[in-house]
Design a protein around this ligand. Structure first.
Ligand code: CDP
Length: 239
């Protein structure tokens, strides 16, 4: 079955990561993955959440939001103190994923907020936020490293994420909107560049899936994530 946009079943959408997209942020990127576009910016603060006070350890957290017309019909903005359940779930996933590769003790008592703002949502916005978020965090940390604030880069490995869906009986890497919204089942995989898993989410949206399907999804997702590590490295190289 040819895919709606002509891709092979195991082919990522075209991806472009523009480093330094926002001037004032400590680190910032625009990540474009097909028609999905997310701006990710990292802000450092010299304080930590109460539970880390006097621990000498830092923190990485994320926030996620979609612009109203990032979607085909207008999605009202999250208002202060009333973040949608979906946004909360996504920002916690992004935060967990980035913390998993950060040496928090090496940050000192500093917090890094990773803001993920979706300009256009064509599926895979949470996975693009993680893949772009790693590059934005790298840029922020390397700036502080150059300034002598960090002796070493406080990153243990790369992290990237991809979605896989089962759509009309086929396993598809990096689904776009139609392949995601009408998927039989939907997966999000997060991995580090040591080949380990950080998060595996698999939801039977319309149809329960077999263990063999999950294994095939993981194999396909891992291949995609390896390519994402190369794209991240290319975006960072030479900066
Ligand atoms: O974007 P991601 O795949 O991480 O999250 P999702 O909740 O599975 O949403 C898939 C897609 O549905 C989004 O990327 C949007 O294109 C669309 N969507 C929407 O149009 N309006 C929403 N409130 C939520 C999602």
């Amino acid at each position: 079955m040819p895919r709606l946009d002509g891709r092979a079943l195991d082919q990522l959408r075209p991806i472009k990561i523009t480093a330094g997209f926002q001037t004032y942020a400590e680190g910032s990127v625009l990540i474009e993955q097909g028609n999905t576009r997310v701006v990710v910016s990292v802000t450092m603060e010299d304080r930590v959440p109460p539970f880390l006070k006097n621990s000498g350890t830092g923190w990485v957290t994320a926030e996620y939001a979609m612009l109203p017309r990032s979607t085909s019909t207008r999605t009202p903005r999250d208002s202060a103190g009333k973040i949608s359940g979906r946004s909360q779930e996504i920002q916690r996933l992004v935060g967990r994923s980035l913390r998993a590769v950060t040496d928090l003790a090496a940050l000192g008592e500093r917090s890094f907020t990773v803001d993920c703002d979706v300009l256009q949502a064509d599926a895979g916005t949470r996975t693009a936020s993680i893949t772009g978020g790693y590059v934005a965090l790298y840029l922020a940390f390397s700036k502080l490293h150059r300034l002598g604030i960090f002796k070493n880069m406080p990153l243990r490995s790369q992290v990237a994420a991809v979605s896989v869906s089962v759509y009309k009986g086929n396993i598809l890497l990096d689904p776009a909107f139609e392949e995601d919204c009408n998927a039989e089942s939907d997966f999000n995989l997060v991995m580090n560049s040591r080949g380990e898993f950080i998060e595996v989410q698999g939801t039977a949206e319309k149809k329960a899936y077999a263990k063999e399907t999950l294994e095939a999804v993981i194999a396909m997702g891992e291949k995609g994530i390896r390519q994402l590590f190369e794209i991240q490295a290319a975006a960072i190289k030479g900066l």
